[in-house]
Write a protein that binds this ligand. Structure first.
Ligand SMILES: C[S@@+](CC[C@H](N)C(=O)[O-])C[C@H]1O[C@@H](n2cnc3c(N)ncnc32)[C@H](O)[C@@H]1O
Length: 196
């Protein structure tokens, strides 16, 4: 159980969980769906984010800001900020609504665009949550790992439910001598890498 979640954040999380459930039931077209992490993954991310060393927090794939809210809970306690990237204008609108309604805008910088354009300039990353199109995972991995501080964490979603598509990237991470890495069977499967 994660404590100290404000009523506004809890209400928005519950709303987005319900929207995500409806999306899945109605077979809403893929690009229109929220495609969120489940709450247990959110709690896992929060705990890891609380343990991350000092440095920049980033997220690749904001959607409506559900996973961002879990990371913002850690940022609030750490008095820090998360930079999150999203390409789709409709998702950006929803995320802006999420941060406005939960009064969390001061903990988040939402960048509208392809994260791969910005990643080369992101230094001292201490925590990254990667949850975008699976085709960009390996490229993002290659851009992020050199920028992670010692002890910094890269968490990638869908390591189990999209294992086949991600196999090359997962093999690379699991044999990469720059990190210690493990796939954790929570939610859709989280690849956890810690920079040595
Ligand atoms: C699985 S959803 C993210 C869900 C979100 N992390 C959550 O759990 O609430 C993936 C999102 O990544 C966005 N995306 C895909 N490729 C991207 C890229 N290269 N840069 C930024 N956003 C990207 C998609 O538009 C989509 O909204």
């Amino acid at each position: 159980m994660i404590h100290d979640v404000s009523e506004k954040i809890l209400a928005r999380m519950q709303y987005l969980e319900e929207e995500d459930r409806i999306d899945r039931e109605n077979e809403t077209p893929r690009l229109e769906r929220l495609r969120q992490i489940p709450p247990e993954t959110g709690q896992f991310l929060y705990l890891l984010a609380m343990m991350a060393p000092e440095g920049q927090f980033i997220e690749i794939g904001t959607s409506a800001g559900y996973s961002t809210l879990w990371l913002i809970l850690a940022c609030r306690k750490r008095e820090s900020l998360i930079t999150t990237f999203e390409v789709l204008p409709e998702k950006i609108k929803l995320a802006q609504e999420t941060f406005y309604l939960t009064q969390t805008s001061k903990y988040v910088e939402l960048i509208e665009g392809d994260a791969r354009v910005y990643l080369p300039d992101m230094k001292n990353i201490s925590f990254c949550f990667l949850d975008a199109e699976k085709e960009v995972y390996e490229e993002c991995y290659d851009l992020i790992i050199p920028q992670l501080v010692t002890g910094g964490l890269l968490i990638a979603d869908n390591a189990i439910n999209h294992r086949e598509t991600l196999q090359l990237m997962l093999d690379k991470a699991l044999s990469d001598k720059r990190v210690d890495a493990l796939i954790v069977p929570i939610g859709k499967g989280e690849l956890v890498c810690r920079k040595k």
